[in-house]
Write a protein that binds this ligand. Sequence first.
Ligand code: NOJ
Ligand code: CA
Length: 559
Amino acid sequence: MKYLLALLFISTFVFAELEAKSKNSNWWKEAVIYQIYTRSYADSNGDGIGDLNGITAKLDYLADLGIDVIWLTPFYESPNADFGYDIQDYMTVGKEYGTLSDYDKLIREAASRGIYVINDLVLNHTSDRHPWFINSRSSRSSNKRDWYIWHDPNDDAPPNNWQSIFGGSAWKMDALTGQYYYHFFYAGQPDLNWRNPEVQDALSKVMRFWLDRGAAGFRLDVPDTLLEDPEMPDNPIGEGLNWVGDPNMLHKYNMDLPEVHGIMRQLRKVIDEYPAAILLGETGSPETIDELLVWYGESDELHLAMNFLYTNVRELSAEKFTRHVIESDKHTDIGWPVYLLSNHDRTRHLSRFADGLHNNAIAKQLAAMTLTLRGTPILYYGEEIGMTTQDPVRLEDVKDPIGRLFWPDFKGRDGSRTPMQWNSSQYSGFSQVKPWLSVPASAAKINVEIQLNDDQSILTFYRQLLAVRNSSSALRHGEWTHIPTQNHEVFAYLRHSLSESVLVILNMSASEHDLDLQELVMNSTFEVLLSNHDRRFITEALLNLQPYETVIARVLKAQ
Ligand code: NOJ
Ligand code: CA
């Protein structure tokens, strides 16, 4: 068996390896990324909106947590039709978020703590208030006309049946010039024409602008939507309705076109001018691992492609996660996996997986899995204290336009973007004034200050877990091997480097289970590095696992 062979590598007692974090050219393979929804992390100037200086003030917290990279959601000048994902000026810091020198300071202060910063790069569209679009719409002969996608009406109707992902036609008539423009998202987010080399050049300049200031790369917003079929045929329609009540559409001619990989290679060339910089893609459309792997190209496209197939495993089911991870882990030579559970567009994972009885153990278990698989994990701010999604209660409080549009069936994404819960004060330590989104009532009990002083808290567990990961060569870059357990509610695996083996056991059920470790334990002793129960050693061949118990153990001795 593969895992037994791995154990044989270890002939003596192996103690924790405290390897210095070295930023080699593959640093991103060992990194832990922490996503900050910039508007909601910390407000430094009392306007109720999170900002860059607020984040700088929390860098010690982040360094102590043990993360390596922060990914900031857009902080550029924006009219906020989509809260920053509609950019009015790519080379500014929006007034709400600070100044360019605040950005420079954040980069400097982060670097002094060994933390990199990556920016969000929205390539597919700009704001309709971007000067490029204002110029483009001004006349059919504008020198920026071809920077966006304009089309004559089809009789009196839109050019084709393409739908916006946020509902309705993806075409908006612009009376000034009598043509429609195309917007895959809101009408306030017109799509750039990526077939135009001038657009490609302009966005390369944007990239260099931030890389020169010290950004360690970019998270690419929806790279799968960059190109459309120039013939613009109607898309095929499937059965039923989608989440916004439109007919289910197969985005055959306006998503995932093969030519988009040429664009990825161009972006990668720009990135490669900067030795440490990386591209992390929001690769949301793949339905299979093979479709995901395409985004890595021949190591000449994305460094990291988010694995939403993992994010989409809907049940806390050992069988489902086992099946998925076995599949994902097969091709690490082609594409280094990226595991994440939550982000600013989705219901937070604790709200998806909590059962009301074992919430604490479940939060810790999901963290343990995500941070011990082979790959680069992305954490979403607040998950480390067990924040849950708190949807607005009244329509008048909703900020996310799709929440207002589809209320009450869909309450928008505000619920997963609420202010970070720092302490029990009125506005949770996020701000001195009423924040742009309400602080959930849960903040009185679920917050950083309380959890830092509680050795059983979710936050303490995350800190311990990250410390274990950061000091373990096996967890940072070792092989991953599934351990079949005969028990369909337990997911178990081994991570092993040349000098170390770490066993991870996850009981993904509310029942106790006796796990037969005969084969594994026979010649070995395990030191428990971390568990969500009080367990220090595994010496028995039969391990009695508690509900949702998580055990991470280092092999101390194998003969
Ligand atoms: C994906 C982002 O994550 C989401 O928040 C945004 O609305 C769309 N892209 C459009 O930019
Ligand atoms: Ca502020």
